[in-house]
Ligand binder design. Structure first.
Ligand code: GLY
Length: 401
């Protein structure tokens, strides 16, 4: 559907909802997303040129190259628009935005290819079974597997010979975010029957469980290993407030990532861990009432610290999966509460503003001075994913189809 048609429909929908005290949260968000993502899509395509929008800052849409860790989220957002609406318009554009990432299947210099390819090609494969997409996922799993360090039993997240990472004295840094790249490996084993990929994922999840978590179930951002011996050299942060603090998005990746590990293995210790992380989050004295976390649970200036809508969206999506596995209503009601908060004007941009992104108020990295209190494409991606999962659950289906 063209975005101007969507605009007309959304205006009609707004009029309809204004007569009702409690509009349907999912429908209302779809109508809003059709306008926002529709305009972002129009801005990102110029003839045959496809650009990848990642944020909106200082009045300009920020575009990223294909090798950036966030490059798969916009394609994934378009796939979720297709899943939420059934409108082929979104699938057609999702396919174009997916296929600009073709070369990433061979990228081996960082670990984020799981995010990049599974959110784009993985969703395309799941929803449309497009020829060749499975091979891209398998090739990417092979590329990611080159980062496995058998001596330590982990995938190395970042290289240490370039950028700011080269200045930290690390040998084999593993960040909690890396849990999110394991889904691609589990899928590659499903696709090929070769257990190597899943075995790497399990080894990584086990080592992370052993070394990343504190007694209160909060987690470190970075654990640095000796890649030969597996000795833990240091536990620290890169994007959090302090080495001993709980960086919000890291906690969100942990909750979500271990729920995924449980989905593929049925190993109860992963489910328990994901639940422990949820327990930490919701018992934290600094978790705000609207359940949209500050960027770090130990940020010194709370309550005058930026919130991170991206963490909230990731947590909501992960909680729907936890609800599915445990049947605990509290997880669903907390996820619903997060989506309700994110759907208010405090976080959701007015149609026609925010460069076309849905959510405002996310944080990239405060220590790096980058992307602070801005829209981020992964906040929108996980917000739409959470809406898909909520819809599936409320239709009596598993959240992840
Ligand atoms: N994976 C990087 C981040 O969460 O900012």
């Amino acid at each position: 559907m063209h975005f101007k048609t969507a605009l007309a429909m959304a205006i009609a929908a707004t009029a309809f909802f204004s007569c009702n005290s409690r509009p349907d949260l999912v429908k209302d968000n779809i109508a809003n997303a059709e306008i926002q993502i529709g305009s972002l899509l129009e801005a990102s395509e110029e003839g045959d040129t496809i650009r990848i929008p990642s944020s909106y800052q200082n009045g300009e849409i920020v575009y990223v190259p294909t090798d950036d860790w966030v490059s798969g989220f916009f394609a994934g957002t378009l796939w979720y628009m297709y899943e939420l609406t059934g409108d082929e318009y979104w699938a057609e554009h999702a396919q174009k935005h997916t296929e600009v990432l073709d070369s990433i299947q061979y990228l081996t210099w960082h670990h984020d290819v799981g995010f990049m390819i599974y959110d784009s090609y993985g969703n395309g494969l799941r929803l449309k079974n497009i020829d060749g997409y499975k091979d891209v996922c398998i090739n990417t799993a092979k590329s990611l597997s080159t980062r496995f360090r058998p001596g330590a039993g982990v995938l190395q997240s970042w290289n240490v010979d370039r950028g700011w990472q080269s200045e930290r004295g690390w040998k084999c840094p593993v960040i909690i975010d890396n849990m999110m790249n394991l889904e691609l490996l589990f899928k590659a084993t499903e696709f090929t029957g070769d257990p190597t990929y899943a075995n790497i994922a399990i080894s990584h999840a086990d080592k992370t469980l052993e070394n990343h978590f504190r007694p209160d179930w909060s987690c470190y951002h970075v654990v640095d290993y000796d890649p030969e011996t597996g000795e833990v050299r240091r536990k620290c942060t890169a994007q959090g407030y302090a080495d001993e603090s709980a960086w919000a998005r890291g906690q969100a990746w942990a909750l979500y990532g271990y729920a995924v590990a449980y989905r593929f293995t049925g190993d109860k210790k992963y489910l328990d861990l994901s639940e422990h992380v949820a327990g930490y989050l919701f018992n934290s004295p600094t978790m705000p009432e609207d359940l949209v976390p500050y960027w770090d649970f130990n940020a010194p200036g709370i309550p005058d610290e930026p919130r991170d809508a991206s963490s909230a969206a990731i947590i909501a999506s992960g909680l729907y999966e936890l609800y599915h596995f445990t049947g605990k209503e509290d997880y669903k009601s907390k996820a619903d509460r997060i989506l309700e908060s994110l759907s208010t004007p405090a976080y959701r941009a007015e149609p026609g503003t925010n460069g076309g992104f849905i959510l405002m108020h996310s944080v990239g990295s405060i220590p790096h001075g980058s992307s602070i209190d801005v829209p981020l494409n992964y906040a929108d991606y996980y917000f739409l994913e959470a809406l898909v999962r909520k819809t599936n659950i409320e239709n009596g289906l598993p959240p992840v189809k």
